[in-house]
Design a protein around this ligand. Structure first.
Ligand code: PRX
Length: 651
């Protein structure tokens, strides 16, 4: 564990202020009136929606039947039309939409009209394979332009996409395909990561026998000859074959504003990932407006969001937000340290990136690697920096500001979630005076509070639960096939208030500070993992009797996974077993969920009613004084655990 990782205390003592510079303010897209306008959310969001193309306008802006929201009632709209067709009819026809860089170094550029052609053809190909409005299509691909094409093609014909992060295992993919009951799987032969080829199609073959709803598999050739795989006659098709054979034009479906645009699984507080449902009109409006104002978007900008499309950040700020705005964006396939640790900076220099949107975990890695990697490159094209995914510690904020932005670029620390669909708490560059570590204020037209145990707003200076108190257009509408869980998870705790699952603090100046999750979700390098998901994977192994998983502070990743494991009779807690369990979790979920530390124990601390007291495990793992142990059924357990943990740490 790192020495320099700051504590919550130092976070909250941060006093430095960073007002926007006069130079930035002068040309900023958002001006102070935007907060005035946001005071009437319906009027504000209506004006944002009217900047998009609608086949038929809405009758009413919002129907709020708590906790069910409908936005832009009876409006008809198509996402792919708005991302592509709208631009090629205007001056952006030949504007570059995507500058793609493959990890091995190749480059591809797609203009808006290239994207239009590809999307139309692939949409037709999907139709030919029997995909219809209302169907679900699972996408499991590396970061290549075809992933955006695939998403927009689904949207064009009214099918909902369900993208599964390419770093998840085939097992995790299986669960998500079956939950979505997807008809088609779109994948690739493989991808590149740190100079190595990893197979995708071959990996999916193992699970396709257990996904009864899949009728066809479409495979993009990314890697080529080196990967051996079988193509099953009548089920598997090459992407280039089906696209080549398809007609040029596909009429976009006129979708109801409330039709499901996509489904995205995210970890919840039970083992089963939640299928988060996003609909069309409100989602597009939310991501369109937030992209425009938060990233201070101007037509000449080159935007780069480093997230993977498999996460919500990639959905909202690679696939939809930039394209809705007609932006040019960079998309990069691989790792930040391949072939060396200067790769990102070389990309910024080469493509003259002006807006960079990344995660604190990446910034912390760069801090550790040293500024010599940045100094080799000209980063003067950068105008604005953003972060997302986890709290950014002030030390990392300052480093980002100083070394990446040369004290010239504002930083937008954007707080949001898979569920919120769009950024909710964020500075607006050109307006907000930033405090490093604080996501500052709710975006215009949205509202947040920090509340106490009873649900009453805390006074400035207080901390508690972060909740959202007004519906917003890109909010999730429900959990797929699980309305009950939707109501309970988000609306069950405080009547009328959306529970984010995060702790928050409101400071004396009314700034919001996000204190991290208050539930059993951990953020490993910004990736959302539920402790229960990892526990389920562990107990699924034949040697494991019981396990408890917690998040522990980690210098680079923010949090890492520590697993306490009780082995069954006859198995030994040896290093080989640690390795075996780690490999097992990787297979079940994916590398992001691999425990950093596995400690074999004889007992777990439990209450008398049998609940594992994770709080005590956290105290042990972080070396804190133990909290209240009066409810512990076997107080002796703690001593053994402490000794075990400490001896493990020393090794
Ligand atoms: O804990 C918060 C953290 O990420 C969670 C949402 O994770 P996910 O659904 O994977 O979406 C991540 C990308 C939008 C939140 O509940 N989080 C996200 N952004 C921030 C953050 N924590 C602090 N500061 C942020 N800027």
């Amino acid at each position: 564990m790192g020495e320099s990782y700051e504590t919550l205390e130092s976070f909250l003592q941060e006093q430095r202020l960073f007002p926007p510079s006069a130079a930035f303010k002068k040309d900023a897209v958002a001006t102070a009136e935007i907060y005035e306008k946001g005071k009437d959310p319906e009027a504000f969001w209506e004006s944002m929606a009217s900047e998009l193309h609608w086949f038929k306008p809405w009758d009413r802006v919002l129907e709020w039947n708590l906790p069910f929201a409908k936005w832009f009632i009876n409006g008809k709209i198509n996402a792919s039309y708005n991302c592509v067709d709208r631009h090629i009819q205007g001056p952006f026809r030949d504007k570059t939409a995507i500058i793609w860089e493959g990890e091995p170094g190749e480059e591809r550029t797609l203009t808006y009209s290239d994207l239009y052609q590809e999307v139309n053809r692939f949409a037709n190909a999907l139709k030919k394979l029997g995909v219809k409005k209302g169907d679900r299509v699972t996408i499991y691909m590396p970061m290549i332009p075809e992933i955006v094409v695939a998403m927009l093609s689904c949207a064009r014909i009214g099918a909902s996409h369900s993208v599964v992060f390419g770093g998840f295992s085939a097992e995790a993919l299986r669960g998500r395909i079956n939950d979505a009951e997807a008809k088609v799987l779109i994948t690739a032969d493989g991808g590149y990561r740190r100079g190595k080829v990893y197979p995708m199609k071959q990996a999916t073959d193992e699970i396709l026998k257990d996904t009864p709803t899949i009728e066809s598999v479409i495979v993009v050739r990314r890697v080529g000859e080196t990967l051996q795989m079988a193509m099953k006659e009548g089920r598997d098709y090459w992407y280039h074959d089906v696209v080549d054979a398809a007609e040029d034009y596909c009429e976009p479906e006129q979708m109801d504003a409330e039709d499901m645009l996509f489904l995205l699984h995210s970890s919840g507080t039970t083992g089963k990932p939640k299928g988060i449902v996003h609909t069309t009109g409100g989602y597009l409006t939310g991501v369109y407006a937030t992209f425009k104002y938060i990233f201070d978007y101007k037509p000449e900008d080159i935007f780069w969001c480093t997230a993977d499309i498999g996460w919500i950040t990639g959905h909202s700020y690679i696939a939809y937000g930039p394209l809705l705005n007609g932006a040019t964006q960079v998309m990069y396939e691989g790792a930040p340290d391949y072939p060396d640790r200067g790769r990102w900076w070389s990309i910024i220099e080469k493509h003259k990136v002006s807006i960079l949107y990344t995660a604190p975990t990446a910034i912390r890695s760069f801090m550790r690697w040293g500024i010599q990697w940045l100094e080799k490159y000209n980063l003067s094209s950068l105008c604005l920096l953003g972060t997302v995914g986890e709290p950014i510690n002030p030390e990392a904020w300052i480093w980002y500001y100083k070394y990446v932005g040369s004290e010239r670029c504002p930083i937008v620390d954007t707080w949001w979630q898979t569920e919120t669909g769009q950024i909710i708490i964020t500075p607006l560059p050109g307006i907000t005076t930033c405090k490093p570590g604080s996501a500052t204020h709710p975006f215009p037209g949205t509202e947040a509070e920090v509340v106490d145990e009873q649900g009453s707003p805390v006074k400035p200076g207080g901390s508690g639960y972060l909740v959202l108190t007004k519906p917003w257009p890109a909010m999730l509408r429900t959990l797929y096939k699980d309305e009950k869980r939707y109501i309970e998870t988000y609306w069950g705790r405080f009547p009328g208030k959306y529970l984010t699952g995060d702790g928050g603090k409101l400071d004396e100046d009314g700034y919001f500070w996000i204190l991290g999750r208050v539930d059993d979700i951990i953020k490993v390098a910004g990736h959302r993992i539920s402790t229960i998901e990892v526990e389920s994977a562990l107990v699924d192994h034949k040697a494991v009797a019981e396990s408890a998983v917690i998040g522990i502070p980690h210098e680079i990743k923010g949090e890492a996974i520590a697993a306490f494991v009780i082995l069954k009779e006859g198995y030994e807690g040896v290093p080989e077993m640690q390795k075996e369990l780690a490999a097992h979790v990787r297979k079940e979920i994916g590398p992001v969920a691999t425990p950093e530390t596995t400690i074999f124990v004889g007992e777990l601390p439990k209450t008398r009613s049998g609940k594992i007291m994770r709080r005590l495990l956290r105290d042990i793992a972080t070396g804190r004084a133990l909290g209240d142990i009066s409810t512990l059924s076997e107080p002796g357990v703690i001593k053994e655990l402490k000794q075990k943990y400490e001896s493990e740490e020393k090794e």
